[in-house]
Design a protein around this ligand. Structure first.
Ligand SMILES: Cc1cc2nc3c(=O)[nH]c(=O)nc-3n(C[C@H](O)[C@H](O)[C@H](O)COP(=O)(O)OP(=O)(O)OC[C@H]3O[C@@H](n4cnc5c(N)ncnc54)[C@H](O)[C@@H]3O)c2cc1C
Ligand SMILES: NC(=O)c1ccc[n+]([C@@H]2O[C@H](COP(=O)([O-])OP(=O)(O)OC[C@H]3O[C@@H](n4cnc5c(N)ncnc54)[C@H](OP(=O)(O)O)[C@@H]3O)[C@@H](O)[C@H]2O)c1
Length: 278
């Protein structure tokens, strides 16, 4: 698999899809911002009836040349109260959806599923003092919603968002997002008081280099943040990244006595894949 800019264009959806009830609605792209050769952000219209909990994901997509929809799971990267919907996306050069999605522009149309779901929601965690949101790559997307949800700060005294990527340029979206959140009229005061953003890179030198898993295990993360080590008595954890990250952080949590939660049975930590590897 390679990840570079592609030249395909999207199939125009106008008049192609009924706006009557079905598995998806047709929305309009409001803005697009490219961060790197393999990452971009876009914002689309939100139907009045579309309700979700911050942290959930939804199917989005485009019509294929044969007129059939091509949909993929995407975390909604904006909070429940926002008037539009944000997404943060990879560009996979030979990916069926993102080889085309990466070319969307303001005014284009996009398919939006009707049924948001997911486990990275506050409801799936029992109360705690500190919330860790551990992300790699595009796994930061659900946390882009949760760090802008007032309930997150109502439920936790401290919120730690960690983001690890291969290269520093892949951290920029998160850095801009956190800065804007701390500056926000609605949520800024809470975020300035409670939100800590911790970043590291793994494949080039940066202010902090290394995998977050190693830093949790060695105690380096707690030491750098000036807090106690990960502890199920006080801490709750949300994890979003590759399957390898999920497996490793889950093992760290379980070794310390954390219990995995779900919507049906809230507990100490929850996980969600940022993508499925082939
Ligand atoms: C619950 C869930 C939530 C998701 N949320 C997002 C999201 O918010 N943003 C997003 O970009 N993707 C997200 N994905 C992945 C997304 O569904 C697609 O896989 C992605 O858009 C690529 O689609 P594609 O058709 O171009 O390629 P696919 O055929 O779907 O993927 C091809 C290969 O590309 C790689 N890949 C796919 N997605 C990613 C990724 N996000 N990061 C790194 N490598 C990847 C994998 O190796 C994958 O096997 C999510 C997946 C799941 C299961
Ligand atoms: N990001 C890029 O520049 C790039 C470029 C071309 C192709 N790709 C392809 O895109 C796919 C996804 O790449 P990605 O960079 O978005 O995601 P990724 O491979 O999951 O890496 C993202 C970050 O997560 C870290 N990580 C991975 N597994 C981990 C684990 N088990 N525990 C702790 N940390 C872990 C990585 O560290 P490590 O570096 O130590 O693995 C990296 O810092 C891969 O198939 C890759 O080959 C990526």
């Amino acid at each position: 698999m390679t990840m570079t800019a592609a030249t395909n264009t999207t199939t125009p959806l106008k008049n192609a899809v009924s706006k009557k009830p079905g598995p998806y609605t047709v929305e309009t792209v409001l803005s697009v911002k490219h961060y790197t050769d393999s990452l971009f952000h876009f914002r689309i219209t939100r139907p009045d009836a579309f309700r979700f909990r911050s942290g959930e994901f939804i199917m989005i997509g485009l019509l294929k040349d044969d007129g059939k929809p091509l949909l993929r799971a995407y975390s909604i990267a904006s909070p429940f109260w926002d008037e539009a919907l944000d997404f943060y996306s990879i560009k996979v050069d030979d990916g069926p959806l993102t080889s085309r999605l990466q070319n969307i522009q303001e005014g284009d149309e996009i398919l939006l599923g009707r049924k948001p779901v997911g486990t990275l929601v506050l409801d799936a965690l029992t109360p705690g003092k500190r919330l860790y949101m551990i992300s790699t790559g595009t796994g930061i997307a659900p946390f882009a919603a949760l760090i802008r949800d007032p309930d997150t700060y109502e439920k936790f005294e401290q919120v730690i968002l960690t983001h690890t990527c291969r290269h520093a340029e892949e951290l920029v979206y998160g850095e801009e997002l956190v800065a804007a959140t701390k500056d926000d009229e609605l949520i800024g005061d809470l975020a300035r008081e409670k939100l800590i953003h911790f970043t590291s890179v793994t494949r080039e030198d940066g202010p902090v280099k290394g995998r977050v898993t190693t830093m949790i295990e060695t105690g380096e993360l707690a030491e750098r943040l000036g807090i106690e080590k990960l502890n199920p008595e006080t801490d709750r954890v949300m994890i979003c990244g590759s399957e390898g990250l999920l497996k490793d952080v889950k093992a760290i949590c379980e070794a310390r006595g954390f219990v995995e939660g779900s919507n049906a049975a809230p507990a100490d930590f929850v996980v969600e894949k940022a993508f499925v590897s082939v």
